[in-house]
Ligand binder design. Structure first.
Ligand code: NDP
Length: 289
């Protein structure tokens, strides 16, 4: 069914969001500080609202996608802003604290509020590949899910407005850690004349294998019990020493191998050498020494 939706913020991401709504047949109103960025969308059928207030009033659902939360607050969070009856879905990237704070001021100004995080690049928006996380009142998510679904694979994580940002951060640290491990391995193999393309399939299979360990390891963490079923931490640390040695001998960077070993060494010093790897959670749930 044809529904109306508003998009505020027409940067690279905002334009992709508005275009996906238009493709899905939704009547789309847009607003951007720099008006010219709406031109292409207007040619595709979007309507430009003259002011931010008009843009919010034009549709039951307003998507916001700006640089940061300061910009969002500056635009919509002023004391004079009346957002009564609006539902805001803020897909701007930020922290969980910023998300919870935005939920508070939106509530004071009469709006319903969902926070969101986009785990995709603009060209993927509108395909199932684009993962878009939401958190906040479930009823508000469900009321607008059919429209939000035009953007990609949309999920609701829970009532706490901070959850989308936290899952986003959790996803990014996984992504960068896997990539850095792969880059370290690639640097090592290149010193023996193995090129990146040759090593990549091996690395890919290994990463997938490690991913399969997560559910079992997660159970150990939730039980706070780490019996060494397949390997003890001190065995891992010996392999970490070899990794540092190989990296030094190859004349490549040793930051990552040393970081891995420093974390494991602290857990061993705390008496966890005979436990299994996920006991390192004790090093991640406490501040950096
Ligand atoms: P852009 O820099 O392309 O766009 C930024 C947008 O914010 C523009 O519409 C800009 O308006 C607007 N803006 C910034 N400050 C203000 C302000 N003070 N008042 C009004 N409008 C303002 O960024 P993206 O579109 O790429 O990113 C937008 C959000 O989406 C970010 O939070 C980003 O982290 C997130 N995101 C982006 C991804 C990507 O791959 N691009 C991936 C996942 C998330 P103007 O045009 O007038 O400058």
């Amino acid at each position: 069914t044809r529904t109306s939706v508003t998009v505020i913020g027409l940067g690279l991401m905002g334009r992709a969001l508005a275009a996906a709504f238009l493709r899905a047949g939704h009547s789309t109103t847009v607003w951007n500080r720099t008006a010219g960025k709406a031109d292409e969308l207007v040619a595709e059928g979007a309507r430009v609202a003259p002011t931010v207030g008009d843009a919010v009033e034009a549709s039951p659902l307003t998507i916001i996608c700006l640089t940061d939360y300061d910009a969002v607050r500056g635009l919509l969070g002023g004391d004079d802003a009346d957002l009564t009856g609006a539902t805001l879905v803020n897909l701007t990237s930020g922290t969980s604290a910023q998300a919870r704070e935005a939920a508070r001021w939106a509530d004071l100004r009469g709006a319903r509020y969902l926070d969101g995080a986009i785990m995709a690049v603009p060209p993927a928006i509108g395909t199932a590949e684009a993962v878009i996380l939401h958190s906040g009142p479930r009823a508000d998510f469900e009321a607008h899910e059919p429209v939000l679904g035009a953007l990609g694979t949309v999920t609701h994580l829970g009532e706490d407005h901070g959850l989308a940002s936290l899952y986003d951060a959790g996803g990014l640290v996984m992504m960068w850690s896997v990539l850095n491990g792969w880059l370290q391995g690639t640097a090592l193999l290149r010193t023996a004349g193995v090129d990146a393309v040759t090593y990549a399939p091996f690395a890919r299979q290994l990463a997938a294998g490690v991913a399969d360990w997560l559910p079992g390891y997660a159970e150990q963490i939730d039980r706070n019990s780490y019996p060494a079923e397949v390997s003890a931490l001190e065995t891992d640390v010996r392999a970490m020493e070899h990794l540092i040695e190989e990296s030094e001998a190859a004349g490549i960077n040793t930051d990552l191998p040393k970081l891995l070993k420093a974390t494991a060494d602290r857990a061993i010093a705390a008496g966890h050498g005979g436990d299994q790897y996920p006991v390192l959670i004790t090093q991640f749930t406490t501040p950096t020494p």
